[in-house]
Design a protein. Structure first.
Ligand code: ATP
Length: 243
């Protein structure tokens, strides 16, 4: 039991969630390492949503509203930390959810699918769906469901690996990435990168989605046109102060 007055209480609670997901068998051991890398970057940005992330969140939500077949890709870490918020975001924006695991096993996919099912949500990406290889790249890294990521024009990824982001980008899809490390290959390759912790980014996306849903197409397109990922990443890096 972590005492509430512990100076690192929030961070330790997140570790507990990640550990629990590992013990429940749906988070791979490498997911623990990925979480640690994120923690370090979160520490450096002050464990708060920085101004540049607010900008990219607005552009990301506008893009999700305008997309024809947007999909939220989930993995063990995102499910462990923000499953309920992901469900809420998908409902607000009417976006599909697809399980996409770096270390894919049938068992992990099954557990995650059931976690969503218990919340009344049907997710794509299990073996029950038709799984195809994006652009014919026959690697377990590039499987995608026909209805979901395979035919998506926009994919929201978090804690994603650079190789898979590259596969998505090269196949002509727009990619929104939530990644605390502005220097990661995923952050650099995505069209819109949100340099923030998913535990803060997704709830803020829900709030912004409720606001932007009322806007017309022209205003949404303007938000996207005024956004530069290169500039945003540069400014995000400047927020990381090594004192
Ligand atoms: P790439 O291949 O894109 O360079 P990587 O190999 O550095 O990525 P991984 O360890 O595969 O990264 O994935 C973890 C990424 O997710 C890291 O960039 C890490 O900073 C980020 N990350 C970890 N936890 C979170 C979190 N809670 N919210 C947002 N990003 C996170």
């Amino acid at each position: 039991m972590i005492p509430k007055n512990h100076p690192r209480y929030e961070s330790l609670i997140l570790r507990e969630k990640i550990k629990k997901a590992f013990c429940e068998g749906y988070l791979a051991d490498s997911g623990l390492i990925a979480h640690g890398r994120g923690e370090a970057f979160d520490y450096l940005i002050g464990e708060k949503t920085i101004a540049t992330a607010c900008e990219s969140i607005k552009a990301a939500v506008a893009a999700l509203i305008l997309a024809k077949n947007p999909v939220i890709s989930v993995n063990g870490n995102s499910v462990a930390l923000v499953m309920d918020d992901i469900v809420s975001l998908s409902k607000v924006l009417n976006v599909k959810i697809e399980i996409n695991l770096f270390y894919r096993t049938n068992e992990r996919v099954k557990i995650i699918k059931n976690l969503f099912k218990r919340r009344g949500v049907c997710v794509l990406g299990s073996d029950e769906d038709e799984l195809l290889f994006i652009d014919g790249i026959e690697s377990p890294r590039s499987t995608a469901s026909k209805e979901g990521i395979y035919s998506a024009d926009l994919v929201l990824v978090s804690l994603e690996d650079g190789d898979r982001t590259e596969i998505l980008v090269n196949s002509g899809k727009k990619v929104i990435a939530i990644d605390l490390n502005p220097l990661s290959r995923t952050a650099q390759m995505a069209n819109i990168t949100i340099v923030d912790n998913i535990i803060r980014a997704i709830p803020l996306m829900i709030k912004i989605a409720n606001e932007l849903k009322e806007k017309d197409e022209k205003s949404l397109k303007k938000i996207i046109a005024n956004f530069s990922n290169e500039k945003n990443l540069k400014e995000s890096l400047e927020s990381i102060e090594l004192k």
